[in-house]
Write a protein that binds this ligand. Structure first.
Ligand SMILES: [Zn+2]
Length: 407
């Protein structure tokens, strides 16, 4: 089983805003099958008939006020309902994306009520012992992963072979299937969270928007890694206290807070075979002007080589509107008949809306989000197969050259 942890951290937003956001991309967490082969993006198996088995902790009254801030800093039944509504709304945001099978029709358990548990140990501090196939959202948690600035994190356990299972998950249908996802919110008394209703009150001053954080963490549940796009829901840093990202979901725009980058990412992970709009793709390679500038792979990598730029951000922009549609990391390619991954700088922008013209640009990961905020490209090599490759570090040692466009 492979474990992945992705954290949402506090950004020094006022300082960060003086920089131009440099890099923009959605990305996936991947798993290389235990038997070897090519990396598979992590995702849920949507063919299962049973819904996601999920619950959340309601040990709020025992919290040191005001760790969770609702209308008042206590856990009345109505306030717990309010928190649960925020959780449900955050699920619905992802289910509201068109052109995916990740929706309430294909996955009827998605918006079902959560089971509540009052035990404060529902999400144990011991990461390994909570591998139970039960997907939980817990507040007031202690964990070594809560280093300064970390507000919440999600850990997922993924099958590295068909048939693998944990707890009640049932056997995996494929390598890369997510078997268990748990989100933990920290218990430091210095950080408060507020539901959307509470955020509008003066009592919630200085509180982080619970729904923004939940939507981000649930993106990790689905298999998304971070995006370096500052407007993306999967950007690794939270909005400042009192603010939220995008718009609140509405009936007309249930996926309102997401960016096109987030939507594209979830469409690539869970494509709707009946979608006729988001079926465009742009593929290519990012190559250095001087191929001798590329560093060799660390030993003992076997069978892989570095012939292109890894970790460049390749961003597709609608040429007519200037809107950023999606971005990916340049990384490598893998031939199923002759793995492992070759780090040739390949990129693959999938599920772009057709009927548009696009401009592309590539940038190094040297902005607010840094290579350490992403799992790619490390997860393109196996953690279980020996011998295997060791992925090169993201290449940030290049300059962007803008080519003049034809009039
Ligand atoms: Zn995150």
């Amino acid at each position: 089983m492979k474990r992945a942890i992705a954290c949402l951290t506090i950004a020094l937003f006022s300082a960060a805003m003086i920089f131009t956001p440099a890099v923009q991309a959605y990305s996936f967490v991947s798993t290389v099958p235990q038997s070897g082969g090519c990396p598979q993006p992590n995702s849920w198996n949507l063919s299962v008939s049973s819904p996601l088995d999920r619950q959340w902790s309601t040990s709020l009254p025992s919290l040191i006020s005001p760790v969770i801030l609702t209308v008042a800093a206590a856990g009345t039944s109505a306030q717990l309902d309010e928190i649960e509504q925020a959780i449900s709304d955050s699920f619905s945001v992802w289910a509201g994306v068109s052109g995916t099978t990740f929706n309430a029709v294909a996955f009827p358990g998605l918006e079902a009520p959560l089971a509540r548990v009052t035990s404060p140990n529902s999400c144990t501090n011991d990461a390994e012992s909570n591998v139970d196939g039960l997907n939980t959202i817990c507040f007031n948690q202690s964990s070594a992963a809560f280093t300064p600035g970390v507000l919440a994190f999600t850990r997922t356990f993924t099958a590295n072979a068909p048939g693998a299972s944990v707890g009640t998950s049932g056997p995996a249908a494929f390598a890369g299937q997510i078997l268990d996802a748990d989100t933990l919110f920290c218990n430091t008394g210095e950080v408060t969270f507020a539901t959307p209703a509470a955020l509008a009150t003066s009592q919630a001053a200085g509180a982080y928007d619970l729904e923004s954080l939940l939507t981000h963490e649930l993106g990790h549940w689905m298999g998304l890694d971070h995006s370096a796009l500052i407007r993306a829901m999967m950007f690794p840093f939270a909005p400042p206290p009192g603010q939220f990202l995008g718009s609140r979901p509405t009936t007309q725009a249930p996926d309102g807070p997401l960016s096109d980058d987030d939507r594209t990412g979830i469409r690539v992970l869970y494509p709707d075979p009946n979608d006729t709009l988001n079926i465009g793709a742009i593929r290519g390679q990012i190559l250095p002007a001087n191929p001798f500038a590329l560093a060799a792979l660390p030993a003992p990598s076997v069978g892989s080589s570095v012939t292109g730029m890894v970790g460049a951000q390749v961003v597709s922009v609608d040429a007519d509107t200037g809107a950023i549609i999606a971005g990916v990391f340049s990384s490598g390619s893998c031939n199923a008949s002759s793995p492992p991954t070759q780090f040739d700088g390949s990129y693959d922008l999938e599920r772009l809306p057709v009927g548009h013209n696009y401009n592309l640009y590539a940038e190094p990961l040297v902005g607010i989000a840094l290579p350490a905020d992403f799992v790619v490209p490390a997860d393109l090599c196996s953690q279980d197969v020996t011998p295997s490759c060791i992925a090169p570090a993201a290449n940030t040692n290049f300059n962007v050259r803008t080519l003049p466009t034809a009039p």
